[in-house]
Ligand binder design. Structure first.
Ligand code: GUN
Length: 353
C-alpha cells in the first residue's frame, strides 16, 4: 500500500511532494478529554512529549484536546491532515468509525486508533493491557476490604474486562470478595464520577477502582475516608490518605516504536496490545499500610506476566450466574478477552445493554 500514497496526495500536497529534502514527520494526537492533571489523556500527552523529546527535529507533534466522539472527530482529523500530519493517533474508543472514514479517503496518512478493533491498510489499532493493572490493583484491594466498588465509564468489553480483572485480583486474595459497579456512561465527567463514588460508599463499599478519566473517584474517597486507586496515571498526589496504588499506563514504548517504524518506512497495520511484559502497564506507589506479603504477591504476578508464566484470565472462571465461562486450566486468547460481556462471580447486577 506504500505506492498508493503519492497519487491522491498530489493536488493538495504538491509543494511538499516536490521538496528535495526530507521533511519532518508531522504527527497529530487527538484527545477526548482535557489533558487535565492526571488520567487517560494526560498519559497520552506524556507519551507525545516523550517522543517529541526522543526524536527531536525529525518529527513535529501536535495535539487537539476535548474532541467529542462525534463528527467533530472527523473534522479535527481532516484539519490535521490539511496541516500536513502523516501519522495520526486517535486516542479514544468512540473515534473508531471516524478513523475508518477518514483513513479510507487519505491513503497517504497512517492512522493509529487506541482501543478499537477495526483496521485498514493505513489504520492500525493499539491498546494497553489495562486489565493487567486492574488485576494487580485487585490483589491490593483484596487485602484491604470485603466489598469493593468500581466506577465504570462506557460499557464496552475493555471496561467490563477491567472491572472483572480487578475483582479476580481481589478474589485471588480473598475468594469471598463482593463487588458493586456504578456506570457513568462517559469517559470524562468528574462530577458524575464523584456522585458514583459517593453512591458506592453509601452502599457499603470502602475500596474503589474506576475506569473513568479523572482523579474524581480518588478525591471523593479522600473526603469520605474510603480508599481508592489511581488509574492510567500516577494519582498518588491527589489523595495521600486514600491512595492504595496507581495502575499506570506508559504509552511511550509503543509511540516510540510506531514513530521509528514510520520514519524507517516500515509502518504496518495490525492490532497491537502491550502490557506489563512490554513495559506499558505497571502498578505504582502501593500504599505503605498494605501488608508486605501482598506487595510480594503483586510482584510475583507481575513477574509471571513478564515471563509468560501467569495469565490473569486462566480458568476456571464463572460468571455471576454461576455458569463456567472459562474451563479449568484454559488460558483465554485475545479474541475471547476482546468480547467479554459478563460479570464474574461476586459482582452484583448485570452488564448494561
Ligand atoms: N477514551 C477515554 N478514555 C478511554 C478509555 O479508558 N478507554 C477507551 N477505550 N477509550 C477511552
Amino acid at each position: 500500500c506504500g505506492k498508493k500514497e503519492e497519487a491522491p496526495a498530489a493536488p493538495a500536497a504538491a509543494p511538499e511532494a516536490a521538496a528535495p529534502v526530507a521533511d519532518k514527520l508531522k504527527v497529530g494526537f487527538m484527545y477526548v478529554s482535557p489533558i487535565g492533571d492526571g488520567g487517560w489523556t494526560f498519559q497520552h500527552e506524556l507519551g507525545r512529549k516523550a517522543i517529541q523529546e526522543k526524536f527531536g527535529d525529525k518529527i513535529e507533534t501536535s495535539m487537539v484536546e476535548s474532541v467529542p466522539e462525534s463528527a467533530d472527530a472527523e473534522r479535527v482529523m481532516r484539519d490535521m491532515i490539511g496541516q500536513g500530519n502523516k501519522l495520526v493517533f486517535a486516542t479514544s474508543f468512540g473515534y473508531q468509525d471516524f478513523v475508518q472514514k477518514v483513513a479510507a479517503d487519505t491513503p497517504g496518512v497512517k492512522f493509529e486508533h487506541a482501543t478499537g478493533y477495526k483496521t485498514a491498510d493505513n489504520a492500525a489499532v493499539y491498546d494497553t493491557k489495562t486489565f493487567e493493572g486492574a488485576y494487580l490493583a485487585g490483589i491490593v484491594a483484596g487485602a484491604m476490604t470485603k466489598t469493593v466498588g468500581v466506577v465504570a465509564s462506557v460499557p464496552i468489553p475493555e471496561v467490563v474486562r477491567n472491572i472483572n480483572s480487578f475483582v479476580l485480583g481481589a478474589q485471588s486474595v480473598d475468594p469471598s470478595i463482593k463487588a458493586k459497579v456504578v456506570w457513568v456512561n462517559e469517559w470524562f465527567a468528574p462530577p458524575k464520577e464523584s456522585e458514583a463514588a459517593n453512591s458506592l460508599i453509601n452502599g457499603g463499599v470502602d475500596v474503589m477502582y474506576q475506569n473513568t478519566n479523572s482523579p474524581a473517584v480518588l478525591k471523593t474517597a479522600e473526603e469520605r475516608g474510603a480508599r481508592a486507586f489511581g488509574k492510567d496515571g500516577d494519582m498518588s498526589g491527589f489523595a495521600p490518605k486514600a491512595h492504595l496504588g496507581s495502575a499506570v499506563i506508559d504509552w511511550t514504548p509503543y509511540y516510540t516504536k510506531v514513530v521509528q517504524d514510520t520514519l524507517d518506512g516500515k509502518w504496518q497495520t495490525g492490532n497491537f496490545w502491550w502490557g506489563v511484559k512490554e513495559g506499558a502497564i505497571d502498578l505504582k506507589k502501593i500504599a505503605d499500610d498494605v501488608p508486605q506479603e501482598i506487595k510480594d504477591k503483586v510482584e510475583k504476578a507481575k513477574a509471571g506476566m513478564k515471563d509468560g508464566t501467569f495469565a490473569v484470565w486462566t480458568g476456571p472462571v464463572k460468571d455471576n450466574a454461576g455458569k463456567e465461562v472459562l474451563e479449568a486450566g484454559k488460558v483465554a486468547d485475545d479474541a475471547w478477552l476482546r468480547s467479554i460481556n459478563f460479570y464474574v462471580n461476586g459482582i452484583e447486577g448485570k452488564v448494561p445493554g
